[in-house]
Design a protein around this ligand. Structure first.
Ligand code: FES
Length: 70
C-alpha cells in the first residue's frame, strides 16, 4: 500500500502531512499558527478552506491520542 500525500497549499508546497507534523510536533492549533509556521494561505488564499479542514482533522487525531480527552 502506497503513501498518499495531498498538496493542500500549492503556492507554498504544503501537504496534509506537513500540517499533521506542524500540529503534532510544533503545537500549531489555529490557521494563524499554520500561516506563521508554514505560510499556508499567504499567497492566493485558495487553500484556506481545505487547510482549515485538514487542521481540524489533525487536531482531532491528536485529541484521540490523549487518554481521557475524547
Ligand atoms: S494555494 Fe495556498 S496560498 Fe495559494
Amino acid at each position: 500500500m502506497g503513501l498518499v500525500i495531498m498538496f493542500v497549499c500549492v503556492c507554498r508546497a504544503v501537504t496534509d502531512k506537513d500540517i499533521d507534523k506542524a500540529v503534532q510536533q510544533h503545537g500549531c492549533c489555529s490557521m494563524r499558527d499554520l500561516r506563521n509556521a508554514l505560510g499556508v494561505a499567504t499567497q492566493c488564499g485558495r487553500c484556506a478552506l481545505t487547510a482549515k479542514e485538514v487542521l481540524n482533522d489533525s487536531l482531532a487525531k491528536v485529541a484521540r491520542d490523549i487518554p481521557g480527552a475524547a
